[in-house]
Design a protein around this ligand. Structure first.
Ligand code: B12
Length: 298
């Protein structure tokens, strides 16, 4: 049932195959002439293999943030050689809202919804190379994650998309070069016990690495005792604990950190899980940028 016959594919089938909305396909046809080759007026539009190649080029370029008019010019200029049959299917799907974020975020959201891990990874990789970790996290990744989370909350779906994007973010941020072995590591980053939302810490660790600052990233679900042991053994100047939900926000561990004989100079509680009332002396950065500024002070 993909709307194909001997004369080609229907608009709906092409849209599904490319993971775009039919309205997008129509816009590309009307505005940029990227329609079905032999489209005879009065007949249903059928797309042939060469049309598909051009449209796939258009989709790929716009996913990478190339403005639509420019992408269409390139797609129309390219020879419309039929693609070899592909051994895989992509995941279909359309997109999620990314608020006022730019074309790159929309491209990332579309790739995520297609479960196109290679493009997701590539887009994040390119953004880090061009704009750095902080801008990539705040302007590209966060809007997409928030969009996915909002849609998930409304539909109980898209967990596969959430996992795929999270994995790609982890891979790209993990690949940002770290300071050389032997460099001091003044920063310790950990999620609260049972807390799985580690991506903000991964962003912080990668952004610190860009600035030549080493960090120990303990990642998700760090029990209080393990965190305190790690602090005792490594003596960090800056300890940040992430909690995304009140259920994981254990203020007791913050008090214990502050009471240690050689306590870290800065103890930070970050994430939306923490209550307003925290032990005196705990800092509460509300953004990656603020956390970076505080880290620079130690
Ligand atoms: C990715 C994700 C996951 C991944 C996490 C993978 C990973 N390695 O991190 C997985 C799939 C594991 C996951 C699991 C769950 N998740 Co989840 N998840 C998300 C998602 C989509 C993004 C999380 C994230 O990284 N947010 C960070 C950015 C993107 O959010 P932000 O709002 O822009 O950030 C603000 C601040 O936090 C701050 N900030 C951002 N980055 C940084 C960095 C630093 C250093 C600092 C200081 C500040 C800062 O600035 C922003 C402006 O205020 C959110 C959606 C969302 N809106 O956040 C849901 C979301 C957080 N998850 C949610 C839920 C319910 C769950 C689960 C309970 C689902 C389940 N039933 O199992 C489990 C949690 C299990 C647990 N005990 O932890 C809910 C939480 C609702 C709530 N408040 O309790 C959310 C909000 C989705 C939703 N709308 O329902 N999740």
């Amino acid at each position: 049932m993909d709307g194909s016959d001997d004369e080609g594919l229907s608009a709906g089938a092409v849209a599904r195959r490319l993971g775009i909305a039919v309205t997008t396909l129509r816009t590309w046809h009307q505005r940029y002439g990227l329609g079905p080759g032999g489209h005879a007026p009065g007949h249903h539009r059928r797309y042939d293999a060469a049309d598909l190649v051009r449209l796939e080029t258009m989709r790929r370029l716009t996913a990478h943030g190339v403005p639509a008019a420019e992408a269409a010019r390139i797609a129309l200029a390219a020879p419309g050689e039929p693609e070899q049959p592909r051994p895989h299917r992509d995941g279909g799907g359309h997109t999620v809202a990314v608020g006022r974020a730019g074309a790159q975020a929309r491209g990332l959201a579309r790739a995520a919804m297609r479960l196109d891990a290679l493009t997701v990874r590539d887009l994040i990789d390119q953004a880090v190379a061009e704009h750095g970790v902080t801008a990539t996290w705040q302007d590209l990744i966060c809007p997409v994650l928030v969009g996915i989370g909002t849609r998930h909350a409304a539909t109980s779906r898209l967990i596969e998309v959430e996992h795929l994007v999270s994995r790609c973010v982890t891979e790209v941020f993990g690949a940002v070069p770290r300071p050389a072995p032997g460099t001091p590591v003044p920063v310790l980053l950990a999620c609260a016990d049972d807390e799985q939302h580690s991506l903000p810490l991964e962003a912080l660790s990668a952004a610190l690495a860009e600035r030549g600052v080493g960090s120990r990233l303990l990642g998700a679900r760090v029990p209080a005792r393990s965190l305190l042991d790690a602090v005792r053994r490594t003596g960090p100047a800056f300890v940040l604990i992430w909690s995304h939900a009140p259920q994981t926000a254990d203020t007791g561990v913050l008090a214990e950190l502050l009471a240690m004989p050689r306590r870290p100079a800065l103890v930070l509680a970050a994430g939306p899980g923490w209550p307003d009332e925290l032990p005196d002396g705990v800092l509460t950065p509300d953004s990656l940028t603020t956390a970076l500024t505080l880290a620079a002070s130690v």
